[in-house]
Write a protein of this length. Structure first.
Length: 274
């Protein structure tokens, strides 16, 4: 009986070893891949302009990294990320541009699209910047990451705004201390002149009387270039809304007081906070 049990144990051990060896032979191991070859249709200095925003700017192409496993070339979908950063940052900037593509080996960008990516990555308008581009390839779960070669370019983005930014901005109306403009030039009361805080934003702290009207003026004393509400007179949300050229009267908040008004020509929106 003991001899039979020993034989059974020995046979079980052999089967276990055989199955284990077979599993190791069939294990699908990742062997690596080839860095994508990355190219651009243009490499010279680019000066982007708002007049050409709908025109083609650049085409990027890259190759498949051909991820290899012990069973052959991977059939898994590859994700590609176009990365944009300033030269010298080595793509470590937290604000670097990143656009993800799947199942494609190229992208065509218009002037406007390229400009938007550069502004989103923190590059200032109307200044030349030394910029680097590369492709990051990876499989699912951001695994097996391989980077392409780097393309360097000098590019000048433009200020992308909804409305042309005026040199100055004033407030006028029954809600303001000086009431409606008199048509006699810039007021002595400079407290009704906005401060330009960046290339497209104005800000003013001013006393507003409740439930009255006001407008925004690039030139004090002129009604030809006023900015007001996109809808009817005094129908705006008094704390935050849209504005447009030659719009309707803006209504002030329901409580009189000192308010901060911020006007953004990039988005076409204004905010009023006490």
């Amino acid at each position: 009986m003991k001899k039979v049990l020993k034989q059974i144990f020995f046979l079980s051990l052999l089967v276990t070893l055989f199955v284990s060896c077979e599993k190791d032979e069939n294990k699908n191991l990742f062997l690596g891949g080839t860095a994508p070859t990355f190219s651009a249709s243009v490499t010279g200095p680019l000066v982007l302009t708002i007049a050409n925003r709908n025109n083609p700017a650049i085409t990027f192409n890259w190759t498949n990294p051909d991820y290899q496993f012990t069973t052959g070339i991977s059939s898994l979908d590859v994700t590609y990320t176009l990365e944009i950063d300033s030269t010298g940052s080595n793509f470590t900037n937290p604000q670097k541009g990143q656009t993800v593509y799947s199942k494609v080996l190229s992208t065509n960008l218009t002037v406007g699209e390229l400009n938007s990516k550069l502004l989103a990555a923190g590059f200032l308008e109307d200044m030349p910047h030394e910029i680097e581009f590369r492709i990051k390839a990876n499989l699912i779960n951001n695994s097996a990451i391989i980077y392409s070669n780097v393309i360097k370019m000098t590019i000048t983005p433009f200020l992308d705004v909804l409305y042309p930014v005026p040199a100055n901005l004033y407030i006028t109306g029954s809600a303001t201390p000086a009431s409606w403009q008199c048509g006699c030039g810039e007021p002595e009361l400079l407290s009704q002149k906005f401060t330009k805080i960046n290339a497209f934003t104005f800000k003013l702290s001013v006393a507003l009387s409740a439930n009255n009207s006001y407008l925004l003026l690039p030139v004090y004393g002129s009604w030809s270039a006023k900015y007001g509400f996109t809808g009817g007179n005094n129908s705006n949300n008094v704390y935050a809304d849209d504005f447009k050229p030659n719009g309707g009267d803006l209504k002030s908040p329901p409580v009189s007081g000192i308010y901060n008004i911020t006007v953004n020509f990039k988005t076409g929106k204004f905010t009023v906070t006490q």
